[in-house]
Design a protein around this ligand. Structure first.
Ligand code: ATP
Ligand code: MG
Length: 400
């Protein structure tokens, strides 16, 4: 009689009001994509504060996929039973009968989303608790129980669960619109993109290589990173742009200590144009204030001045150790760790200017004809879809 299911507790989006339909659609679509290949038969029902997944797929497999979908605070494997106190008590006893050895204390926490249920929450918790005590001889401990049984009375059925797995939190991807994330091969930018996704931004990616002066290793890393990140959002484009020739032109034009910031200004211009093509309204970078010479406040401001779109920096206030820990948690650290030929090291001056102003770049960019340079870069963009099921590797990339 008890049906296994998975409860997903909505985070900040408790579905109500005018946006309800849109959010519900996003949650459902994102879940469907996350379940791609295993979950066609999974039923998805979205309520105001909880979404319930049920169907003939092993609960562990479903949990493994859906814990990565932003918008849910908690993921709970559960069982669904008919709405009747007696049945609920029996099911609770059944759940605890298979408990881990040594689990001797418990608490029952009940809540009702259906206020018409004949017992109040406290009464139901007491009723279920008394049954567990009597049949299994466990002790009630409401402050620090070894196991907690949650009983949730919903509209059509009652859910029982003893496990709470943290979800990603945040908002459903797509709820905040789109952005283009600048993805290098390092630790920071994938974490920044993940943060942006968690706040509801659907991200596409752009990676700059030093080609023709560097090999393809950094593009392979970017490809692998995007693949990893598409576990958190439906799928994404990766634009790869060979920046080497433009970097060389900047150096020849006498960029000197301005080289790195001048490259960044080119990058945001190109990224903003790609953003326009995919309907994105912001750029995302992995900058953290003061982390390296190119990320002083004045350098960030000088880059912003070249960007037609807002540059979002989710990691601005993060320390390197915090970023690294998060990279491990989201599964990008092992890829970022791999060696590559980073375009920023190509032609990097021994000392990067830390106190730049936009005015310093006007002459340099004039000598280069920056508009022409951006156009030429855009002509050489390659686009890939790393997250697609059955997608080929980076070598099989199609031209935009
Ligand atoms: P990361 O760890 O993300 O590489 P970082 O600490 O190395 O960052 P920088 O190299 O100064 O910092 O880069 C700052 C940000 O600029 C990156 O987080 C990324 O968003 C963007 N960026 C730098 N290099 C590239 C690149 N080759 N392609 C795309 N974006 C880049
Ligand atoms: Mg870097």
């Amino acid at each position: 009689m008890a049906q296994p299911c998975v409860l997903l507790k909505h985070g900040e989006v408790v579905l109500k009001g005018r946006n309800r339909g849109r959010f519900e659609e996003l949650l459902q679509r994102n879940l469907r994509t996350a379940l791609d290949g295993i979950g066609d038969a999974v039923r998805i029902r979205t309520g105001r504060s909880v979404t319930v997944l049920s169907g003939p797929v092993p609960v562990e497999q479903v949990v493994e996929r859906v814990r990565r979908v932003p918008g849910f605070n908690v993921v709970q494997p559960a069982i669904a039973v008919p709405k009747d106190a007696e049945t609920v008590a029996e099911a609770a006893v059944g759940l605890l009968r298979d408990r881990a050895p040594g689990t001797e204390s418990f608490a029952v926490r009940a809540r009702r989303r259906d206020k018409d249920f004949p017992m109040r929450s406290a009464e139901l918790a007491g009723f279920v608790g008394a049954r567990i005590q009597r049949e299994l001889g466990l002790t009630v401990d409401l402050t620090s129980p070894a196991v907690e049984v949650t009983v949730e009375v919903d509209r059509k059925e009652v859910y029982l669960s003893t496990e709470r797995i943290p979800g990603q939190g945040g908002l459903p991807v797509g709820a905040s619109g789109r952005a283009v994330a600048l993805l290098s091969g390092g630790y920071d930018s994938p974490v920044a993109a993940h943060r942006a996704m968690r706040r509801g931004l659907r991200c596409h990616f752009v990676h700059f290589t030093g080609a023709p002066y560097t090999g393809p290793s950094s593009a392979y890393k970017a490809y692998a990173l995007v693949r990893q990140l598409t576990r958190y959002q439906p799928d994404a484009r990766l634009y790869v742009v060979p920046l080497g020739t433009a970097q060389r032109s900047l150096a020849t034009a006498g960029a000197g200590r301005l080289q790195v910031v001048a490259q960044r200004r080119l990058m945001v211009r190109v990224a903003a144009e790609l953003a326009r093509r995919v309907g994105a309204r912001a750029l995302v970078t992995g900058d953290s204030l003061g982390q390296v010479a190119s990320q002083t406040l004045s350098n960030l401001a000088t880059v912003d001045e070249a960007s037609p779109l807002p540059v979002l920096r989710p990691l601005l206030g993060w320390d390197k150790t915090e970023i690294m820990e998060e990279a491990v948690r989201i599964g990008t650290a092992d890829i970022s760790r791999l060696p590559d030929e980073d375009c920023c090291r190509l032609l990097a001056p021994p000392r990067v200017a830390t106190g730049t102003t936009p005015g310093q770049f006007a002459r340099l960019e004039g000598r280069l004809d920056v508009e022409r340079t951006v156009e030429a870069l855009l002509e050489r963009v390659q686009v890939m879809r790393p997250g697609r099921e059955g997608a080929e590797g980076p070598r099989a990339a199609a031209v935009a």
